[in-house]
Design a protein around this ligand. Structure first.
Ligand SMILES: C[S@@+](CC[C@H](N)C(=O)[O-])C[C@H]1O[C@@H](n2cnc3c(N)ncnc32)[C@H](O)[C@@H]1O
Ligand code: SF4
Length: 377
């Protein structure tokens, strides 16, 4: 697709080697995501899940950063059609949780915007735990107070709950460039608090042009604070990100992946790569490639709309979080219909082929060209 840096043909074998090494490494530890497994099985069998396995929920659209890669279009997109900051009320949250419970949804992810900008985000987490959901809180970690981390540590179950912390730089200058934020020291303090209070956390590192060369330092920084897992991936390429220099060059991403696979300090750590985002960004077609790492394993079986959905701050339900600001994956609004009705509607409406489509990601095509027809470049 035009506009994104492509993988040069001479690097294709290098990419396949990384795929093979990664597959061997992850099969050794066999940390297969249960959610992905179940949704793939159901989808490949042509079946539907009667309820989502995970619901991603905005607590607020307010955010204290303005990241260059944000799929929510940063501060501007987050404000949405009403141009204002909104905070989910605990009353509405309780109503949603009651619906989810009735549907037997096992897990919720609370995000935004920056969820910790919600003045009652701790009450929201406590409520999710009272309902018995496996709970994930996604955060950039730059608005926590130390008492809040202590309170969180008392609520979270290390077996099933997670804080997902964004960590995109190994120094303040890079942080400023990628997240437009001067709060790097605060993030380091959050990491320290997470370690001291044994918070069960994962890190998410998005590889862009300005930070890809320090991927290893970023993972070492994370690793020193005891995360459960670390993820490393290029961002999902969105049409509104018009500056091509935001994206890492594909060779930078390959070098980052190789550095991780070669690093003895990370050998026993769980580090996940997202080849779907890489393939979309770098224009790589994995179809018909022999051996592990072929398209079925790494490109198909996306759980969006099959096993998960997203509810934005205005109550709109979307199948795919990356299309949250578009109408293309909109299903309906929870203030007008119950989530169980919307889920049934969504399962009827979704493309029968989408789980098996080996031509890449439908959300990307919809975002770029408003169509997911086959053979559209
Ligand atoms: C929308 S943010 C909300 C949570 C919080 N504000 C944060 O940044 O961690 C949720 C996650 O999506 C990631 N993200 C943002 N833009 C992305 C993109 N284009 N592709 C993939 N992940 C993205 C962020 O880094 C973060 O880990
Ligand atoms: S902090 Fe999160 S929500 Fe805010 S702009 Fe960055 S990625 Fe987007």
């Amino acid at each position: 697709m035009a506009g994104y840096p492509k993988l040069a043909p001479e690097h294709f074998d290098r990419f396949l080697t990384i795929l093979n090494r990664y597959s061997q490494r992850s099969s050794k530890n066999r940390h297969i995501e249960l959610l992905r497994e179940i949704s793939s099985h159901a989808a490949f069998a042509g079946g539907h899940l009667s309820s989502p396995l995970a619901v991603i929920l905005d607590l607020t659209n307010k955010c204290n950063q303005d990241c260059v890669f944000c799929y929510r279009e940063g501060q501007q997109g987050l404000r949405g059609p009403y141009h204002d900051w909104s905070f989910r009320s605990l009353e509405e949250l309780e109503k949603i949780f009651n619906d989810l419970k009735a549907m037997n949804v096992p897990s919720v992810t609370m995000t935004g915007g920056e969820a910790t900008c919600h003045p009652q985000f701790l009450d929201a987490v406590a409520m999710a735990k009272r309902f018995g959901f496996a709970t994930t809180l996604v955060t950039n970690g730059t608005a926590f107070e130390s008492g809040q981390v202590r309170a969180l540590s008392r609520m979270l179950d290390p077996f099933c709950d997670r804080v997902e912390l964004s960590l995109d730089a190994a120094d303040p200058l890079t942080y400023q460039k990628v997240r437009n934020s001067g709060r790097y020291q605060h993030l380091l303090e959050t990491l320290r608090l997470f370690r001291n209070h044994s918070i069960p956390f994962t890190t998410m590192t998005l590889l862009v042009r300005d930070n890809a060369d320090q991927a290893l330092s970023i993972l070492h920084l994370a690793s020193d604070h005891g995360p459960v897992a670390m993820a490393l991936e290029p961002p999902f390429p969105k049409a509104h990100i018009t500056d091509p220099d935001v994206y890492a060059r594909p060779e930078q991403v390959l070098a980052a992946y190789e550095a991780v696979l070669d690093c003895p300090r990370l050998a026993e750590r769980k580090v996940t790569f997202n080849f779907l985002h890489f393939s979309i960004m770098a224009g790589v077609n994995l179809e018909n490639q022999p051996g592990p790492g072929h398209s079925e394993e790494h490109l198909a079986g996306c759980h969006a709309g099959h096993a998960s959905c997203t509810i934005d701050i205005w109550g709109d339900v979307h199948l795919c979080q990356y299309l949250i600001s578009a109408k293309s994956s909109y299903v309906g609004n929870i203030r007008e219909s119950s989530l169980s009705e919307l889920w049934i509607q969504a399962q009827r409406a979704r493309c029968a082929e989408s789980s098996k489509c080996s031509e890449g990601c439908l959300a990307f095509k919809l975002d770029r060209i408003g169509s997911c027809e086959r053979n559209v470049p």
